[in-house]
Design a protein around this ligand. Structure first.
Ligand code: FUB
Length: 327
């Protein structure tokens, strides 16, 4: 039985995407991108995603109304940001709520910044500068059982990940292709006070069933953007979007920094180009928060967040979701 608001837009007053969902103090908080209505053509650099601020959504329970808590952080209030506040995440640690977000700096390079608040809904006060050594997009933060804080991030194409392969920003860097090893998400450990990385960022590897790294041409399985990390039964479940082929997939590893072995598909394509999610356990059941473009009738940069149940078998395998089936 589906819940009343399952697979439906959670809010309709604004366009939202890239939902990072968490339970804080028994309540569900969703940290999405806030899409801007614009009449411009799509391009591969993502110029159509011109987001300027963040709003936090909240629900008392999965059956409750989803509330838009208003402006939580604007690009105008972040000294280092020029534009494009893309997919954020949040974490509660040290008695504070931290919003971790990507945006373009004054040189038009994507970086990752942090802002803090005493409330899960903000308003958030940003740190003066971006996290030193950070780049690209889509940060997802895991607070591990031992208190260590890991950040997974990075996205191809407009997310600029390929441009950092040499360790320095090079907009002309060749994209991995064909039999080249595919890029994975980036990984770094945050300091306990969320002000800097305490490890040098590294690119993670996703292996196929033979133990070989996935190839760049393997677009049905290779990483594109939108990483998410769940720890379950002592294993690290890395899930992500394949971008060009529009799947959400997952890979499992024994360590937070991998290697991860590809396991399968979590969700078939949704209406729209992008696909980006988070996975959360609530009352012993698993749920996936994701987006599509139903609310705008298919406009790729005018998206709406939704959730649905995710089924995992007793061996920890995730069952593929067909987002528009009617069962
Ligand atoms: O929302 C802007 C970008 O689109 C995100 O950073 C990607 O994950 C994709 O959803």
């Amino acid at each position: 039985m589906r819940r009343e608001n399952e697979r439906k837009p959670l809010v309709k007053n604004i366009y939202t995407a890239d939902p990072s969902a968490h339970v804080f103090n028994g309540k569900i908080y969703i940290y999405p991108s806030h899409d801007v209505e614009l009449d411009i053509p799509d391009d591969d650099d993502g110029e159509q995603y011109k987001m300027e601020d963040y709003h936090v959504l909240s629900m008392d329970s999965l059956d409750s109304e989803c509330v838009d808590n208003g402006l939580a952080l604007s690009y105008k209030d972040v000294p280092w940001v020029s534009r494009q506040m893309w997919a954020p995440d949040a974490i509660y640690v040290n008695g504070k709520y931290y919003l971790v977000f990507p945006a373009k700096d004054k040189d038009d390079i994507f970086r990752i910044g942090v802002a803090e608040s005493d409330s899960p809904t903000g308003p958030f006060t940003p740190q003066e500068n971006y996290i030193e050594g950070s780049y690209s997009i889509d940060p997802a933060v895991l607070l591990d059982d031992d208190g260590r804080i890991y950040c997974y991030y990075g996205g191809l194409w407009g997310g600029q990940l390929e441009m950092w392969q040499s360790g320095k920003f090079n907009p002309d860097e060749k994209r991995p292709s064909g039999d080249d090893k595919a890029l994975g998400p980036m990984f770094a450990e945050f300091s306990g006070d969320m002000t800097h990385f305490i490890t040098t960022p590294k690119n993670l590897t996703i292996l196929d069933e033979k133990g070989e790294p996935l190839k760049a041409s393997d677009e049905d399985r290779r990483y594109f953007e939108g990483p998410w990390m769940n720890k379950f039964n002592g294993k690290y479940y890395l899930s992500y979007s394949t971008g060009t082929t529009h799947y959400l997939c997952y890979a499992v590893g024994d360590m937070p920094d991998g290697p991860f072995t590809y396991k399968g598909r979590i969700m078939e394509p949704v209406l729209g180009w992008t696909t980006h999610h988070s996975i959360l356990q609530i009352d012993g059941e698993w749920y996936i928060f994701y987006h599509d473009c139903e609310l705008s009738g298919g406009v790729t940069h005018e998206r709406c967040v939704k959730y649905t149940r995710l089924d995992m078998d007793s061996d920890g395998n995730i069952k593929t979701i067909f987002p528009y089936d009617h069962q």
